[in-house]
Design a protein around this ligand. Structure first.
Ligand code: C2O
Ligand code: CU
Ligand code: CU
Length: 457
């Protein structure tokens, strides 16, 4: 399967025609009262930001900000994004966790050609699931995500959920030095280990902010890990909080307890009962304070009961009795090969003996698994390394079944944080035809081999 520009343009013609038939282009920024199509004009461009007081960081942002403009729609509606690339580099947008057709998935040379500087691309797709999602490039990811090209997409439920207050907290640690200049997004010695971490933590682009919440109310907190590398060991000591959703999918609400490990790409939604006015809670990563949540006096009725479980998304239930089991070994291959050319990425990681090579545009032609459309599969994910890997699948949502390291209450997700030496089983219905990326979301693991393609046909 070779990818030609003509094929891409032919594919796009269909999308354009639909758009025009819908009454021409209408772009706006913000929330619709009652529309079924949410249109955005989204520009990726350099933007100077002040992450450290008095210092400029030459970031790249979507919509002139980091993290990028928040996109919102309602479940079942269409999202249309006219994307324009004003970066000095080619790029694409991938819509993490959203189940959509391959042509909209944003993987260069697999679902589309890269969008070159000065070019535009129209993304248009339906939002099948409610929840917290995000978007980011899928080319030169270390640098592009590292410079700030990450943003939230919130898909609201069709019916009221009982939450009156909704806050999005996008977490990102920046690779910057004391003067705000970027440090390397990936260094080989770190890429071969846990990944290259940033040092300056931010919530919604601000280091250790104080967020005000209405005292006595139950608020919905959407925590999104948009980081290249860091797995946050989230905790909220002293808080009365419950988990409502993991990675865009509702679970039976349960206490947040001591905390949760949120790997790169993952999301968690909490219900938080905000304490009395004047009280402060610390949102921490392990011992490090990410943000202060301050309860401020609010008008309105004090919420008394917890909202019910959020409505389930329409994800096909895998048929476990009929499912075929496929094994995926995630391995460290270590030693940098001798033939390493100066601009080739070294390969430290592989899946089932195959390392993805970012420089080889034909990798997707050699899928690591071929699934039959409509059939159920169990993936046995084996981590043969000493490092954690948030394993992510495009195009389909899978169900986590069990693990040899922790008790699992089965749930649907698009990313599973596979602990060191852990083996976990997940199940999926192969109901979306295409070539789908399957990779670790620690960006420098992915860029040094830990990615594969899975074909569904
Ligand atoms: Cu966030 Cu390949 O994905
Ligand atoms: Cu994805
Ligand atoms: Cu990894």
């Amino acid at each position: 399967m070779s990818f030609s520009r003509r094929k891409v343009l032919a594919g796009l013609a269909g999308v354009g025609a639909l758009g025009v038939a819908g009454g021409g282009f209408r772009f706006w920024l913000g929330r619709p009262a009652q529309t079924l199509e949410h249109d955005y004009q989204l520009i990726a461009a350099p933007v100077d930001v002040e992450l450290l007081p008095g210092h400029i960081t030459p970031a790249w942002g979507y919509g002139g900000q980091v993290p990028g403009l928040e996109l919102r729609g309602r479940q079942g509606d269409w999202l249309r994004v006219r994307f324009t690339n004003q970066l000095p580099d080619e790029t694409t947008i991938h819509w993490h966790g959203i189940r959509l057709p391959l042509e909209m998935d944003g993987v260069p040379f697999v679902s589309q050609l890269p969008v070159r500087p000065g070019e535009s691309f129209d993304y248009r797709f339906q939002l099948p699931d409610a929840g917290s999602f995000w978007y980011h490039p899928h080319s030169a990811s270390g640098e592009q995500l590292g410079r700030g090209l990450v943003g939230p997409i919130i898909v609201e439920e069709r019916e009221p959920t009982g939450f009156e207050h909704d806050h999005v907290l996008s977490l990102k640690s920046w690779h910057v030095d004391a003067s705000g200049a970027f440090t390397p997004f990936s260094v080989p010695r770190e890429a071969a280990r846990g990944g290259t971490p940033g040092v300056l933590s931010t919530v919604n682009g601000v280091h250790a902010p104080t967020l005000e919440l209405p005292a006595g109310q139950i608020v919905r907190l959407r925590l999104l890990n948009l980081d290249n590398t860091v797995t946050y060991r989230l905790n909220l000591a002293g808080a009365e909080a419950r988990i409502y959703a993991l990675d865009g999918n509702p679970i039976e609400p349960r206490p947040f307890g001591k905390g949760y490990w949120l790997g790169p790409g993952m999301r968690i939604e909490l219900g938080l009962r905000v304490p009395a006015a004047g009280t402060e809670l610390a949102l921490r990563n392990g011992p490090l304070r990410l943000a202060t949540l301050r309860a401020v006096a609010a008008t309105g009725v004090v919420a008394s009961s917890w909202p019910a479980r959020l409505p389930a998304n329409p994800i096909a239930e895998p048929d476990l009795a009929a499912a075929e089991t496929l094994r995926f070994n995630f391995e460290w291959v270590g030693a940098v090969s001798a033939d390493l050319s100066p601009d080739a990425m070294p390969s430290f990681w592989q899946i089932n003996g195959q390392a993805w090579d970012m420089a080889d545009k034909s990798c997707a032609e050699r899928p690591i698994a071929r699934l039959k459309l409509g059939k159920s599969y169990i993936f046995e994910l084996r981590n043969l390394s000493q490092y954690q890997h948030p394993i992510h699948l495009h195009g389909m949502t899978f169900k986590v079944l069990d693990s040899n390291r922790q008790r699992i209450i089965p749930y649907f997700t698009d990313t599973y944080l596979l602990g060191k030496n852990e083996t976990a089983r997940v199940a999926v219905v192969a109901d979306n035809p295409g070539i789908w990326m399957f990779h670790c979301h620690v960006v420098d693991h992915m860029e040094t081999g830990l990615m594969g393609a899975i074909e569904v046909a």
